[in-house]
Unconditional design. Structure first.
Length: 208
């Protein structure tokens, strides 16, 4: 923990096999104004890099439909912020039903005053505002003033080390978000497959 693994470090260790589980990193969507200073990723908010003050308005734009947006919305509402979650899906937290969290989250969210706007996409961001558009009617709505806009959007695989090591170690595997940003069950499956490959009599024939 807290140590950056490099190709030089792995060369010194000279391992027989390497499993890369370097995860993914957040990205901002190609929305005009996404590079403005009051725009943040979920990571930046939860790690304390960007915050809003109690009473200030916050917009969370969610393209994932899972805990990333809903947990951040609760976190900011607990800090006293005025939170609205916008999503292009049919309802906010669309995938929470998979983990049976949807009903309980809606109860908590409504009790905390979190507003939910579904069936809208984020069209642009201004210095203290955002414009969202209804998926079906095309009607635009401007939300202002906003102190913070949080993006719960797709991440990018942190696979740089994996590609740097190709051809330099005997067996090389990657698991989890390093393959592609997904969910924990996929990382578990990737890990099992890598472990089975290492224990197989044919080990070394099909790394990847």
């Amino acid at each position: 923990t807290g140590i950056e693994v490099t190709t030089e470090m792995i060369d010194r260790e000279s391992p027989g096999a390497v499993i890369i589980a370097t995860g993914s990193h957040p990205t901002l969507p190609p929305v005009p104004g996404a590079d403005l200073p009051h725009v943040a990723t979920v990571w930046q908010v939860l790690q304390g890099g960007k915050r809003a003050q109690p009473g200030e308005a916050v917009l969370i734009y969610d393209t994932i439909g899972f805990h990333q947006a809903t947990s951040t919305a609760e976190f900011l509402a607990d800090q006293g912020c005025d939170v609205e979650v916008v999503t292009g899906q049919f309802y906010v937290g669309g995938d929470l039903s998979i983990t049976l969290d949807l009903e309980l989250w809606y109860r908590r969210a409504l009790a905390k005053g979190i507003r939910m706007t579904a069936n809208h996409f984020l069209a642009s961001i201004g210095p203290a505002s955002a414009t969202i558009i209804n998926n079906y009617s095309g009607q635009a709505r401007q939300i202002e003033p906003l102190a913070l806009i949080v993006m719960a959007t797709q991440q990018a695989a942190n696979d740089e080390l994996y590609f740097q090591l190709q051809g330099k170690v005997k067996e090389l595997y990657r698991v989890g978000d390093c393959v592609a940003p997904r969910r924990v069950e996929h990382a578990i499956l990737d890990g099992e497959r890598a472990a089975r490959a290492l224990g197989s009599p044919d080990r070394g024939l099909k790394p990847g």
